[in-house]
Design a protein around this ligand. Structure first.
Ligand code: ADP
Ligand code: ASP
Ligand code: MG
Length: 449
């Protein structure tokens, strides 16, 4: 059996849903699981709804809820008729009345707790899969609609819950069935705690869900259907000359995803890697294009792709006490550990350490603790440029071409040589896009090569 995951743009309207189901039809005979995201823009609407509730903005919250409901009914009407339309409406109504109750409750209490937030954020997937279910029934297919919250088991880290793999694996076994010649449909992005409280896996998490289901079911392939021709040499929205990459290794794809290539969620790769399940990334609007195959080995070496991630902060700790002292780095990392902050890049000298972290949180508690070890400098609005490819840094001429491409961009920190497949460096956020374009031009523009 195969897992087919369709992203937000692949289920955003009647035409896209028809295209998605045409693709699904090709895998019907072997059994399949269709994993779907919320319709494009809906999770963002739900984020706005949560913000409105946090600010007690009742009219805005009600408007958002109404427009979300309206959009789903319109799309449902485009894909189903008669009894299937009625069944779809009934199911949409159930989910919408749950959302209504959550909205009403938080307005009454003037409180939108993390639990309420996750229940609302995950509603988009429940709504989109209801429409897909009705559309599949309309095609006359044997169809089952599952609730991912019964299978994906997580901890209680609301907003970005961590998956409890043994519990998830156990829940899927024998209960999530994907018979031949039928369509099983399930939501990406959502799960629940062991006590059954709804959680979400973090933005873009539907890819991760697809990989988890694929791993638990022993799928022969996981297909990620999106709006571009696979993984490209860089983000095609930023650089129009980006080209599709036919083959890439799991390790390279994971680095790219981690450092900003939104096309696949970073955690996707892990469950697939462990079971050596190939992952295909393809374009719903251009299904005949081969897209990208992610697998253990991939032909070719050298620079494969460039990713960029904004929203990075560089924290530097300097102290003369570091001179010839051991245990200093451990103490610094202990502090990051206690603050539950994950470290991305590190550069050290004899008297100072620079560390990059994602700019999501208030770093003042971290800084206060670090100040006990030395002077602390915090540089916000930074970005990481990440070049990925087998042995990417082993050729000096390649490295010099990278930095010659951006002679006027100040480079703050370089990480080279710790991994065979990654060369990363930090620039100011305002220099990110032009750095990526300039390097891309040097390596991938046919006129320059
Ligand atoms: P989906 O809703 O299908 O999950 P996403 O919007 O999450 O789709 O991811 C697809 C988008 O990822 C593309 O439209 C593209 O702009 C962006 N992207 C960023 N980096 C890359 C890359 N290296 N290759 C392809 N797409 C990329
Ligand atoms: N709908 C969720 C999001 O927009 C999950 C996903 O699309 O992967 O983040
Ligand atoms: Mg995505």
């Amino acid at each position: 059996m195969v897992v087919l995951k369709f992203g937000g743009t692949s289920v955003q309207d009647g035409t896209s849903i028809a295209q998605a189901l045409d693709i699904v039809a090709g895998s019907l005979s072997g059994g399949l699981l269709l994993v779907a995201s919320a319709m494009a823009g809906i999770t963002n609407n739900l984020v706005s709804l949560v913000k409105a509730l946090q600010n007690g903005e009742e009219p805005l919250a009600r408007d958002l809820l109404q427009s979300i409901a309206k959009r789903h009914f319109i799309v449902l009407e485009a894909v189903a008729r008669g009894a299937n339309l009625d069944a779809g409406r009934k199911q949409l109504d159930l989910h919408l009345s749950d959302m209504e109750a959550l909205v009403k409750g938080s307005l009454l209490l003037k409180d939108c707790s993390p639990r309420v937030q996750d229940a609302l954020l995950g509603a988009g997937e429940l709504l989109s899969t209801t429409i897909l279910w009705a559309a599949a029934l309309e095609r006359g297919w044997e169809t089952q609609l599952f609730d991912a919250r019964a299978f994906i088991k997580t901890d209680e880290n609301f907003g970005e819950a961590a998956v409890l793999w043994p519990e998830t694996f156990h829940a899927v076994q024998g209960k999530l069935t994907c018979p031949r010649r039928s369509v099983s449909i399930i939501q990406g992005f959502i799960g629940s705690t062991l006590a059954g409280v709804s959680t979400v896996l973090g933005r873009g998490g539907s890819d991760y869900s697809a990989a988890l289901f694929g791993a638990a079911l022993g799928a022969s392939e996981i297909q990620i259907w999106t709006d571009v021709d696979g993984i490209m040499t860089t983000d095609p929205r930023k650089v129009s000359d980006a080209r599709s990459i036919p083959f890439i290794t799991y390790a390279e794809a994971a680095e790219l995803a981690f450092f900003g290539a939104k096309v696949v969620h970073p955690a996707t790769i892990q469950p697939a890697v462990e079971r050596r399940i190939p992952v295909l990334v393809k374009n719903t609007k251009n299904p005949s294009h081969a897209g990208t195959k992610i697998s253990m080995e991939a032909p070719g070496s050298g620079l494969r792709a460039i990713a960029g991630r904004a929203g990075v902060t560089v924290v530097t700790v300097s102290s003369s006490r570091m001179l010839n002292a051991y245990g200093f780095l451990r103490r610094i990392f202990d502090i990051f550990d206690r603050q539950r902050l994950s470290v991305d890049l590190v550069a050290t000298s004899e008297v100072s350490v620079s560390i990059t972290v994602e700019e999501k949180r208030d770093l003042r508690p971290l800084v206060r603790e670090l100040e006990e070890l030395g002077t602390v400098k915090v540089e916000e609005d930074c970005a990481i440029v990440c070049l990925v490819g087998q042995d990417v840094w082993k050729d000096n001429s390649r490295i010099s071409r990278v930095f010659q491409a951006i002679p006027e961009v100040p480079v703050r920190l370089i990480s080279l040589g710790s991994s065979d497949i990654n060369l990363s460096f930090v620039v100011s956020s305002s220099d990110l896009d032009r750095s990526v374009s300039a390097i891309h031009r040097v390596f991938f523009d046919p006129k320059e090569n």
